[in-house]
Design a binder for this molecule. Structure first.
Ligand code: HEM
Ligand code: HEM
Length: 220
């Protein structure tokens, strides 16, 4: 048996990993915060249903002989809403800083770690007639679309945070922010289902590559 020496060729090229450390940090921090952001909305509009609290409190008090109209209780229920909105705002500001960090990361990625290189490699596989490469290309484009969606959430969210300076467009920003949320939900659901599917079918190890970086990127 041939002795193993340190100069023995390695099965994969040395070089930067497939997913850079910066991208991985951004990915997990951002996904946790986006999920947390969706949870704040779930609490406000579904679980606690803050808007219906005042009439319900008023009804319970009336049964005990205390007459306090819902209108007067709104000040109290607003305290609950404000507590949840405070979380939404601070998580939102952190997501905004993370998006700026993601832009910096894109400048620091090397060779095959760059999105353009990843897309180029998939295009080459598609041109060579590899089955599934066209789908992989659409998955990549969906990431680009998500960055645009996230950008819209951040810009409209910041307008709402600093609404005192943007009174004329505040209403518009609220509408855009609210409707774009559905695009966020659609991406998150499709992405998580897609990633799980890829992991158990054609791309085992895709999730761990987003944790440990994966094999060194090719062509660097
Ligand atoms: C709110 C939740 C999430 C969001 C917003 C999100 C967003 C993204 C984005 C934008 C990318 C592309 C990164 C890039 O290359 O520029 C990505 C990649 C990836 N995500 Fe997520 N993600 C979320 C949750 C998850 C979860 C829960 C998992 C694992 C179970 C996961 C696993 C992955 C993997 C494995 C990739 C790399 C896929 C590939 O190389 O094609 N993500 N994610
Ligand atoms: C990315 C995920 C996000 C989701 C799903 C989300 C969702 C929502 C929804 C549904 C509303 C209610 C809009 C309405 O009342 O019509 C809202 C309000 C708001 N969002 Fe977001 N948002 C996200 C990100 C952000 C970010 C990044 C920021 C800030 C930087 C932000 C700041 C705000 C503010 C300030 C409000 C108004 C709060 C108030 O009425 O007091 N959001 N968001």
């Amino acid at each position: 048996m041939a002795p193993q020496t340190s100069s023995a060729p390695r099965p994969v090229a040395d070089g930067p990993k497939h997913n850079s450390l910066g991208l991985r940090i951004w990915h997990w921090a951002n996904s946790g915060l986006v999920l947390a952001q969706l949870i704040t909305i779930l609490f406000l509009f579904v679980i606690v249903k803050v808007k219906t609290l005042a009439p319900e409190f008023s009804q319970v008090l009336a049964e005990k002989g205390v007459n306090l109209p819902a209108q007067e209780l709104r000040g109290l229920t607003r305290i609950v809403a404000h507590r949840i909105w405070d979380w939404h705002i601070w998580i939102g500001i952190t997501i905004s800083c993370l998006l700026a960090y993601r832009v910096l990361v894109s400048f620091r990625q090397r060779g095959g770690q760059r999105t353009a290189a990843k897309i180029g490699a998939i295009k080459a596989r598609a041109a060579a007639g590899e089955a599934g490469a066209t789908k992989a290309l659409w998955v990549r484009y969906s990431y680009r679309a998500f960055y645009v969606v996230l950008g819209v959430m951040v810009v409209t969210g910041l307008i709402l945070v600093f609404e005192d300076y943007f009174r004329s467009i505040e209403h518009w920003a609220k509408e855009v922010h609210e409707y774009t949320m559905y695009a966020v939900i659609a991406f998150v659901v499709a992405h998580i289902v897609g990633v799980f599917r890829a992991e158990v079918t054609e791309e085992p190890g895709v999730v761990s590559a987003m944790i440990n970086g994966g094999e060194p990127a090719e062509g660097v």
